[in-house]
Design a binder for this molecule. Structure first.
Ligand code: SF4
Length: 352
């Protein structure tokens, strides 16, 4: 990345973390922290004041007070005001995400959120009550998601359900179909990326033979059908075998995440040790920006140098009938490469 492309950067500070510990979470299990408003201002100042060796800085910024669950902190209104103050004019942004935990607890929150764009909120399920509690690792999560759905409807926000389909919930899909009808929902399949905590869900990943267990009426409700589930690994590997180019993944928007310990990660893939740029407090902003711009972390080097065909040879399973999208299968290869890298370099890069 040249300095001329650094005219924008998004920076997400994980000020409070998340009430859930979802099993599919590609962000993994970073601890919930207690960053202060001064910490957030410090982070913003570090990036705003940074200059490269030619004295060039970054022109525009978006700063986010969250990285996982938005609006999880009780002072969420103040934090949104602060995001607007610290970001470049017009660059503070909200996404199709709200705190469903807060929607279920704070009656004034839905009305406040409805006054802001966008008017859609993503709500996660892993099936019915038992499986959703299991998937989000929180008792009561299923009821919260239903209450959040009702609160969204009440204020004109469209609840967009995402059903993360695992082998565990295949037997209750007719029951879930009824729930979709009851709550007037139109879109619902989500794909599980095998990175972060999601990597440990591989044994629950649906296979080709599981598709026939999905009621066709349920598929018809989904805007994209079952395309989120992808194809078998066996079929995808045929496409990838001959690709001798490196992955060369470029994020659509450059952005960095700062966790509660001030470790900084690029938004290319899961925030693990092999992608980490450095620590804002102990390494400093220059080390972090140099690593980002020159792509020096092990993960970033792999992204630019290792051919896809090599990853396929190492990690592909030509017998596998598990279903992946192409990008999810590649994410799995990157995760497997990263774990191997850590094992080989244990003395150089200790695990956190
Ligand atoms: S998937 Fe979202 S809600 Fe679930 S643990 Fe990760 S950040 Fe939190």
């Amino acid at each position: 990345m040249s300095k001329f492309e650094m005219n924008y950067l998004g920076v997400m500070a994980d000020m409070a973390g998340c009430p859930n510990r979802c099993r599919h979470c590609w962000l993994g299990t970073h601890k919930n922290g207690h960053m202060s408003i001064d910490d957030f201002r410090y982070i913003a100042a570090q990036f705003k004041e940074w200059r490269n060796e030619d004295g060039c800085g970054i022109d525009k910024f978006s700063f986010f007070s969250w990285w996982r669950e938005p609006d999880f902190r009780n002072d969420y209104r103040e934090l949104w005001r602060l995001e607007q103050e610290l970001s470049s004019p017009g660059y503070a942004e909200r996404f199709e995400l709200l705190s469903t935990w807060r929607l279920a607890r704070d009656e004034s929150y839905a009305k406040w959120a409805a006054a802001l764009p966008p008017k859609t909120c993503q709500i996660t399920f892993f099936g019915m009550e038992g499986n959703t509690g299991w998937g989000m690792r929180r008792k009561g999560a299923f009821r919260d998601q239903l209450t959040a759905t009702e609160r969204c409807h009440e204020v004109g926000i469209t609840p967009r359900w995402q059903l993360f389909l695992t082998k565990r919930c295949l037997s209750e899909l007719n029951e879930f179909l009824q729930l979709i009808r009851d709550y007037n929902i139109t879109e619902f399949f989500g794909g599980i990326s095998p990175e972060g905590d999601g990597y440990d869900l591989e044994s629950e990943r649906p296979e080709l033979s599981d598709i026939e267990k999905i009621p066709s009426e349920l598929i018809a409700f989904s805007r994209n059908g079952i395309s989120m589930l992808g194809q078998t690994e066996k079929d995808l590997l045929r496409e990838l075998y001959d690709n001798d180019e490196p992955l060369n993944i470029n994020p659509s928007v450059p952005s960095l995440a700062v966790n509660a310990d001030f470790d900084v990660y690029p938004n290319i893939a899961e925030p693990t040790e092999w992608w980490k740029l450095g620590n804002l407090k102990t390494d400093g902003i220059d080390v972090i920006m140099n690593a980002y711009i020159n792509e020096t972390t092990p993960g970033m080097t792999m992204n630019r140098t290792i051919p896809v065909s090599e990853l396929v040879q190492r990690y592909g399973n030509p017998e596998s009938r598990k279903l992946y999208t192409k990008s999810d299968l590649i994410s799995r290869f990157m995760h497997q490469w990263g774990e191997d890298y850590l094992k080989k370099n244990q003395k150089v890069i200790p695990e956190t």
